[in-house]
Design a protein around this ligand. Sequence first.
Ligand code: 26W
Length: 831
Amino acid sequence: MTASSLAETSAAERTFAEKPAPRLNDADTLAQEIVEKLTYSIGKSVKRARLHDWLEATTLAVRDRIIDHWLVSSHETAETGAKRVCYLSMEFLIGRLLRDAIANLGLTQSVREALARYDVELDLVELLEPDAALGNGGLGRLAACFMESMASTGVPGFGYGIRYVHGFFRQEIVDGRQVELPETWLKHGNPWEFERRESAYEIGFGGKVSMLDEAGKPPRQVWRPAERVLAVAYDTPVVGWRGEHVNTLRLWSAQSLDPILLDAFNAGDHIGALLESNKAEAITRVLYPADSHQAGQELRLRQEYFFSSASLQDIIRRHLRENETLSNLADKVAIQLNDTHPAVSVAELMRLLMDVHGMEWDEAWTITRATFSYTNHTLLPEALETWPIHLFERLLPRQMQIIYAINAVVMREATQGQGFDDTTISAISLIDEGNGRRVRMGQLAFVGSHAVNGVSALHTELMKETVFHDLHKLYPSRIENKTNGVTPRRWLFECNTGLASLIDETIGPGFRDEIGELKKLDGFANDAAFREKFAAVKRANKARLAALVEERLAIQLDPNAIFDIQVKRIHEYKRQLLNILETVALYEQIRSLPHLDWTPRVKIFAGKAAPSYVQAKEIIHLAGDVARVINSDPSVRNLLKVVFIPNYNVSLAEIIMPAADLSEQISTAGLEASGTGNMKFALNGALTIGTLDGANVEMLEHLGAENIFIFGLDADEVARMRREGHNGQSVIDRQPLLRSAIDSISAGVFCQEEPGRYASLMNSIRDRDWWMIAADFRAYWDTQRQLDMLWKKPDDWNKIAVHNTARMAWFSSDRSIREYAKDIWRAGPDA
Ligand code: 26W
C-alpha cells in the first residue's frame, strides 16, 4: 500500500482489513528498524549520521508502527459504521510528537536502548524535533489534548485545521522588549505528515449568486465564485494510550489551481505569473497571533472559510462513500466548533446540502443543527468575532444570503409565542445593527448547534447571564457545561517521569490506564518516607529548570527557594501586573526590614504578548526591568530572584510544570474561561494561589479548601464594583505597600534610562483599575505571606502537594472527552 492511500479506505481495501502481524518491541528489533530507515530512507550510514538523521530515522521507524494501528482504526470505524467526531479548530498546539508517540506505544525503554547502541541519546534526539506551534494558547492546546484523549478513549476522531507554514511567532527579548520572529517548523520537512493529493477540494471566494432554473428540477441558487483555491490535505496520525487507537489530524494547505500563469510568464511577466499562486498560498501562510483580540482582517475570514469549507466537503465526501444519502449525516458525524472561528461552517453546510446536494431548507436546517455543537472559550467582548457585512457579502455572497435566511427563522421563533421585546430581539439577531452592521459569529454558531458549552462551571453560568443571555432564554436547554481537562500522558507520565515512576512504585502502575487510581496516593500524604521521595522528585525537576535558566539567561536560582511560576499568554486580565507589583513590594520590604526571616522566592514568568497589544508588551518590559534591578541588588541576598524566560511554548511548559512549587492563577474573577495551566501545575504537585475564576473553582471543590490558596474578589463582586464605578486611587491610599510599589515604578526606579516608561501603565491602576489589581492587592499579599510561612514547614507543604497530585485525576481530558461523547456527540465506545 502506498503512503498516499493510507487510512483512506475504499470498499476493496476494507476486505483486507486484517490486523498486521504484531512486531517485537525489544531493543534489537527497534535498532534494526531504525538503522534500516537511516540507510534506505535517509541514505546515511551509521558512521556518518548526524543527530538530526537519527531523529528522522527514529521518527520513521516509530511512524511505521503507528501506521499499523492507524489502518486498523480507520478500517474498524468504516466497517462498523461508527459515528465520527470532527473537531474543527483554527488551532492545534501539538508541540513535539516523538516522545508522546513512543510513550503511548510503550516503546520508551526499547528505543532508548536501541539508540544507545550507537551512542545516541534519545533525550537529545527528541530535543531536535521542532515544536509544532499551530496555536496561540489555551484553546489550541486544549484541541491537542482532546485529540490525544479521543485516541486514548477510543472515540473515532478527526481533527480539522490549518497547516500554517509559520506557526506562532518565536519570541526574543531585545533590550527588554518583545521581538517577534518568524517560526519555521517545516524547515527540515515534517516526517509525521502525509500529503493527500487525492483529498483536495476547491474553495471559492467572491463572485455572484444566481438562480438556476433547470427543466424538471426545482429552481436553486448557484454560487459562481470569482476566485478559487485548492485545499490540499495533510494527515498526521494521533496515537492514543497503548497505541490501541489512532486518529487523524487533517490540516489543510492552500494551493493555487494554476501553479503558474504560463502565458504571462512566456510574455516576460515573471512576477505576475506567480501572483495568483502567491495569493492562494498566503491563506495558510501564517497563524494569526491574536488571543482574545479581534483579528479583523480579510485574510483571517478567508482562513476561517477556507478550512471550514474544505473540512465539510471532506466530511460529506466520506459520508457519501459509506452511505446512500445525506439524510443520516447527523447520525454518523458530530462536528464540534472550537470557538467561533469555524462558525461560518453553519452557513456552508447549509449551502452544500441545498445548493450542491439538492436538499430542501427544512431538512438541511434540521441536519445542520443536529450535527454541529459549539464550544465558547471566552466572554471578553473584544474577542467575540463579528465581521462587517460588506466584507462578508463580497467574499461569501451565498453564505451571507443563508445567514439572513437563518436569521429570519430565528427571529420567527423569537417573536412567535415568546413575546420578546425589541431589545431582546435585536440582542438575539445574527446581525449587529449597532456598529456599522456586522455578522455575529457567536450567534451563528449558537443557533446552528444543538449544544453549546462553556469550559468550566463558572464560565458556563456566566455565558447564560452575559453573552448569550437572550439566546439562552429562547433556547433554555442548549447551554451546558464541559469543564476542560489535560492529558495525563503528556502532562504527567512524559514530562515528569520521576514522579510517574514514584507513583508506579507506590500504588502500582494501574493509574496509567485508569487515572482515577491516582486517588490511592492521597493516603501517602501522611507517610513521611513517601513525602521525602516526592520532595526529592520536585527538587530534581527544579534543578533541571534551574540549569535551563542558567544556560539561557545566566541567572543562578536557589533550589531552596519557592519556585513561584506564572506562565501563560500575557494579558491584562491574567494580571501578571499584580504579580509584578507584589514582587516589587516584597523587594522593598526585604530591603527595609532585612533582619526578618524572609522566605526565599524565585518569581518565574514566561509568555507571549499579541504583537499589537501595547499594554501586554509593556508588562513584559516591566518584568524584565524589575528582574534586572532586583537580581543585581546585593542587599536582597538571594532572597528574591526574578526571571522572564523567553519564548514560552509547549516544550518549555513540559520542563516548567514539574518544577513549580507554586502556580499563579490570579486572573480577575469572571474573566478566565477555564485555564488549563492551573491543572497541569497541580497535577505535578504545585500548590495554587488563585482567584475564584474558571476551573480554579472546581479545583477548590476537588482539592478541598485547605489544599488551594484562594484570595480576592469573586466574579459577582468584580461585576458589582465595576457597575458602581470602582476607583483604584482610593484603595491605593489605604495600602502603603502597594502605593510605594506603584510610586517606585512610576518614578523610574526600575528604568532610570527612561523614568516615564511605565507612567501610563501605573495610571491605569490609579484611575479605573479595570482589572481590580489595586482592589485585590492586599488579599494577594496576605496569601503570599501565608505561603511563606507554610514553606517553613516542609512537611505541611509537601502534604498539600501530594494531595494536589492525588486529587487532580478528574481534570484529565479523558473525562472531558467522555462527557462530550456521551452528552453532546453520542459517539465513542459507549454510544
Ligand atoms: C479572534 C481572536 C481570538 C483568538 C483566540 C479570540 C479568542 C481566542 C481564544 C478564545 C483564546 C483562548 O485561547 N481562550 C482560552 O481557552 C482555553 C481553553 O478552553 C481556556 O482554558 C482559557 O481560559 C481561555 O482563555
